[in-house]
Design a protein around this ligand. Structure first.
Ligand code: ARG
Length: 588
């Protein structure tokens, strides 16, 4: 569907051409003087030099050629040569009707859909999800949904961290505590027990304990390194333990992600890349890319244009163990083989940027990927507490994701019960829905690459630029539509008519921005654009609501028009929050 902006530009371009100027000057932008006009064209200013003419003379010629316009109700030249524009009410109403009928609400879908893998979530087995994992999950999930909406084939992969030192640490600590376990008996050839020798809570206690010990005790650390290596070599007992750890841990992770409404198409893990490592390494050696440096196997990835030092990419440690880089490279090999993607997007903490520069360069240089495969890295900033330091619990510990969510839901529950518009038995469920909007909107409304402050009071407020405010607006619309139906009204009847007042026109104009917003949110990997947009729509709607009698409108045709406009506003808002990864309750 042709956007409003495009249609305006087309008319103006034609007028520029008719007046003897280059049509490319006919671009239209949103007005920076909303008190004077809705849109403006600065083409005459830009063309002045080329035509050696005063800009207002060009603008006068163009407006004269515009004549009776299908699109504009006003086209006015103001000195020194701007063309101020207002959109014709009938045209705007027709545009919204067309948008309403469009399955994608005016978003143009990709002509050639791409296969895009998004690597997000990135939790580590046996470590509880903490706030550090929140951003990747929220941002990645939203990008996946936006990508699909604009027509791409998007595959979300959680890429579990299951192959690193943390596994060796857990195994070592288990061995310390329960050396009698059959998993440590090398002579054992029977079947290992089905039941794990630990629960999730034990597992979560074991890891930090082991990690702490390894920092002070070198012997212990070496044992853990050795255990990691043995595991990677496929030691039977360790593999059986690893399987237990995986099962217990993944069940818990899935439950947590479910609560966040985050879901993955693939539950692939670092260890899945293991089978690809030997051949990949061999090839890199044979092709002369990989060489030995102080016992380790490395590939140079620095480039002439580098302004800072990019160290070589390490493939194997001196003991032959693989590293984070190795599994990431081998995962690329696997992804190419299984999905032949056009793009792989990693949504990971921006502090890992150097790692990804090395991995991308190494993959390209050694020919692991076709030339036109696009690697993208969306490095996000840190979620800080009010003190500007990384978010912590009150006593300074790492905040578990589960606890953070529980805190927010509790706060939301308190506010909702205070409002008393929801029956008690719904309040709990509603608090969860609204709580999720508070967390996700609070995060997504910031540009992903920037750090931000997680402010519970602000995020859970029903006023201002928050998730609950957006939901409140949707709930308000839903309740008007419900009342209309209860009074016998038909939600499908009628059509959108010309705006009756400024606030209605403003709402209508704002709604036209949906298509461009979603398209650019995808292009720029910027869900925050959708947040900014729905905040604007909500404000526009609420002004309209306060200034206009909707259900008491006596003219039936006009009332139906309002209802249609409300219906479209609701669709735009609900689709948007769906793209952000949350939903609205029926009441609040
Ligand atoms: N598990 C990693 C971490 O906690 C994040 C994984 C990101 N994805 C990747 N392909 N490296 O830091």
């Amino acid at each position: 569907m042709k956007k409003l902006m495009e249609q305006m530009a087309e008319e103006l371009s034609a007028a520029f051409e008719k007046a003897g100027y280059d049509p490319s000057y006919g671009k239209v932008t949103v007005s920076n003087r909303p008190d004077l006009c809705e849109f403006q064209c600065n083409g005459a200013m830009a063309g002045a030099k080329a035509y050696k003419k005063a800009p207002f003379m060009i603008a006068d010629d163009v407006v004269a050629c515009l004549g009776e316009s299908r699109v504009f109700s006003m086209a006015e030249v103001v000195k020194p040569g701007f063309i101020n524009l207002k959109v014709k009410e009938e045209f705007l109403a027709d545009y919204l009707e067309e948008m309403d009928a469009d399955e994608k609400l005016s978003v143009n879908t990709a002509e050639t859909p791409k296969t895009i893998i998004i690597d997000y979530g990135g939790p580590n087995v046996a470590k509880p999800l903490h706030v550090g994992h929140l951003r990747s999950a929220i941002i990645g999930e939203s990008l996946k949904r936006i990508g699909r909406y604009v027509g791409h084939k998007v595959i979300g992969d959680v890429h579990l961290g299951d192959w690193g030192l943390q596994m060796g640490l857990i195994i070592t600590e288990l061995k310390c505590r329960k050396p009698e376990l059959v998993y440590f008996d090398d002579s054992f050839t029977g079947e290992y027990p089905k039941e794990a020798p630990f629960t999730i809570s034990e597992l979560e206690e074991i890891y930090p304990c082991a990690s702490g010990k390894s920092k002070t005790d070198e012997v212990y650390r070496n044992e853990a390194l050795e255990a990691t290596h043995l595991l990677q070599q496929g030691n039977r007992g360790y593999m059986a333990l690893w399987n237990h750890i995986m099962q217990v841990s993944v069940t818990d992770l899935k439950r947590n992600y479910d609560n966040l409404k985050v879901s993955f198409d693939l539950w692939k893990k670092e260890s899945d890349a293991q089978p690809y490592i030997p051949d990949m390494v061999k090839q890199m050696k044979e092709q002369g890319f990989a060489y030995e440096d102080q016992g380790a196997l490395v590939v140079d990835v620095k480039e002439e244009s580098d302004t800072k030092e990019i160290p070589p990419c390490m493939l194997l440690k001196s003991d032959g163990a693989s590293l984070y880089t190795t599994t990431d490279l081998a995962t690329i090999v696997e992804r190419v083989k299984l999905f032949d993607p056009d793009e792989i997007l990693y949504v990971v903490d921006k502090r890992q940027e150097l790692h990804f520069i090395q991995v991308f360069r190494c993959a390209r240089k050694t020919g692991l990927v076709k030339e036109d495969l696009k690697f993208s890295f969306l490095g996000f900033g840190t979620m800080n507490g009010k003190d500007g330091k990384p978010f912590k619990t009150r006593d300074g510990g790492v905040m578990r994701l589960e606890n953070l969510i529980a805190d927010i839901n509790e706060e939301m529950y308190r506010k909702i019960v205070e409002n008393r518009s929801v029956k008690d038995k719904d309040a709990d469920e509603t608090a969860k829905i609204v709580g999720l909007s508070a967390i996700k909107y609070g995060d997504l409304s910031n540009q992903a690459t920037k750090d931000y402050i997680f402010d519970v009071d602000r995020f859970t407020s029903f006023e201002g630029n928050t998730g609950p405010y957006i939901l409140y607006t949707i709930v308000r619309i839903k309740s008007i539509l419900n009342r209309y139906q209860e009074e016998g009204g038909d939600l499908k009847a009628g059509r959108i008519l010309s705006a009756v007042n400024e606030s209605e026109k403003n709402l209508m104009l704002t709604l036209t921005g949906f298509g461009a917003t979603v398209e650019s949110a995808f292009e720029e990997k910027a869900p925050h654009k959708i947040c900014a947009y729905i905040y604007e729509v909500s404000n526009a709607f609420n002004s309209f609501y306060h200034e206009t009698k909707i259900l008491s409108e006596e003219n039936q045709e006009q009332k139906e028009s309002f209802i249609q406009l409300l219906g479209l506003t609701r669709k735009v808002l609900e689709t948007s929050i769906e793209l952000l990864g949350f939903s609205a309750p029926d009441r609040m």
